[in-house]
Design a protein around this ligand. Structure first.
Ligand SMILES: CC[C@H](O)CC(=O)C(=O)O
Ligand code: MN
Length: 336
C-alpha cells in the first residue's frame, strides 16, 4: 500500500510572519478556498506567533484575528482548520473561543525542553473534542533522547501527535532523520516535522523525515514563512507524488493555489545573508525582522546580532534579548 502523508498547510499562520501579519479576511479566505479546492486536509491560520500573538512584542495583526479565522472557516470546505497556541501568549480562553467558532485542531507550541507548559492547553483541547498536537520548537537544540522525553509528556497530556519544528532552519537531513526515527521507534503517536529553509534544506529535511517514518509534514504555499520560509507546499506535493507517497491532494490545484495567491502578497522567500545566518547560528526564525530593526537602530551588522543570539542559546519568547544584545554589541564597538 502506498505511504500516506498528511501535509498541514501553514501559509496562513507561519506565512503570516513573512508579510508582517497583514492578511485581510478576504485574502485569507481566498487562500483557504484554493487549498480546500486542492484537497489540502488541514489549514492552520492566525498570527505567526499563534493565537493572541497580535501585540507590541510580536507585531500587531492588521485585521482582527477572529475575523481572519472566520473567513478561513467560511472558505475551508472539508479541510480541518487549526490554530497554533503558544502557552503564555495564547490562553485556554482563546482556545475555547477558536473552538466555538469551528477550529478543530490546536498545535500547542513550546520550546523543545518545555512541553509541561502546554499541559493545560492540550488537556482542554481534548476536553473540547479538538485534535491536539504537541509542537516542539527549536528541536535542533536537543538530542533525540531529550525530545522523546518531552514528546512523552505531550502524550501523557492526551496529545494525538507530536511535531518537531526546525524553527531556525538549522538542521541537515541527518539531524531530521535521527530525531524522527528515534521518536518513531519509542513513541506510538504519529510524528510530524516542520521545516524552515534557512540552509536551503526544507524539502530535503522533510523528505529525510518522511523516509525516517514521519507521518505529518508542514508546508506553505511558495514557502511563505519566518526566516527563509518553510517547505513550499506545492513542491512537497510534487516530490511526494513523484515518489509514490500519497497526500490526498490534487497536484495541479496546489500549484495553482500558490501561483494564483502568493505573488500578489508582494513577497518572495529568499535565503539572504541574514536568513542564512539564522540557520547557520541556529537561532529562532522569527528573530529575523527584530534583529534587522535592532541592527539599523544601532548601526550594526544584523549577522553579528544573530550569531551572538545563537551563542547565547536564546529561544522563542526571549525577543527582548535582541535589543539587549544589539545594545551591548554597539557599546563594544564604540569602545574599540
Ligand atoms: C513563534 C511561533 C513559531 O513561529 C512556531 C513555528 O512555526 C516554529 O517554531 O517554527
Ligand atoms: Mn515555523
Amino acid at each position: 500500500m502506498a505511504k500516506k502523508i498528511r501535509i498541514i498547510d501553514t501559509t496562513l499562520r507561519d506565512g503570516s510572519h513573512a508579510i508582517r501579519h497583514t492578511y485581510s479576511p478576504e485574502q485569507a479566505g481566498k487562500i483557504a478556498a484554493a487549498l480546500a479546492k486542492a484537497g489540502a486536509p488541514t489549514i492552520e491560520c492566525g498570527h505567526g506567533d499563534g493565537i493572541s500573538g497580535s501585540s507590541c512584542q510580536y507585531g500587531f495583526m492588521k485585521y482582527d484575528e477572529y475575523e481572519v479565522l472566520q473567513a478561513v472557516l467560511d472558505n475551508a470546505g472539508d479541510a480541518k482548520v487549526g490554530i497554533l497556541l503558544l502557552p503564555g501568549i495564547g490562553t485556554v480562553e482563546d482556545l475555547k473561543r477558536a473552538h466555538e467558532m469551528g477550529a478543530g485542531l490546536v498545535r500547542v507550541a513550546t520550546h523543545v525542553t518545555e512541553a509541561d507548559v502546554g499541559e493545560q492547553h492540550i488537556k482542554m483541547a481534548r476536553e473540547l473534542g479538538m485534535e491536539a498536537i504537541g509542537f516542539l520548537m527549536m528541536s535542533h537544540m536537543e538530542p533525540p533522547e531529550k525530545i522523546l522525553e518531552q514528546a512523552k509528556k505531550f502524550e501523557s497530556y492526551g496529545a494525538s501527535a507530536v511535531y518537531m519544528a526546525d524553527s531556525a532552519g538549522a538542521m541537515v537531513p541527518d539531524d531530521a532523520a535521527a530525531r524522527v526515527s528515534y521518536l518513531k521507534e519509542h513513541l506510538s503517536l504519529p510524528v510530524g516535522f516542520h521545516a524552515h529553509n534557512n540552509l536551503g534544506l526544507a524539502i530535503g529535511n522533510s523528505l529525510a523525515a518522511v523516509n525516517a517514518g514521519a507521518d505529518y509534514i508542514d508546508g506553505t504555499l511558495r514557502g511563505l514563512g519566518a526566516g527563509a520560509g518553510n517547505a513550499p507546499h506545492e513542491v512537497l506535493t510534487a516530490v511526494f507524488h513523484k515518489l509514490g507517497i500519497e497526500t490526498g491532494e490534487d497536484l495541479y490545484a496546489i500549484m495553482d493555489a500558490a501561483e494564483d495567491n502568493i505573488p500578489e502578497l508582494g513577497v518572495q522567500m529568499i535565503i539572504d545573508k541574514y536568513a542564512l545566518s539564522i540557520g547557520y547560528a541556529g537561532v529562532y526564525s522569527s528573530f529575523f525582522l527584530h534583529a534587522k530593526r535592532a541592527a539599523d537602530r544601532y548601526g550594526l551588522d544584523a549577522r553579528d546580532i544573530l550569531i551572538e543570539l545563537g551563542r547565547l542559546r536564546t529561544v522563542g519568547g526571549q525577543e527582548d534579548m535582541i535589543l539587549d544584545v544589539a545594545y551591548r554589541l554597539a557599546q563594544q564597538k564604540k569602545e574599540k
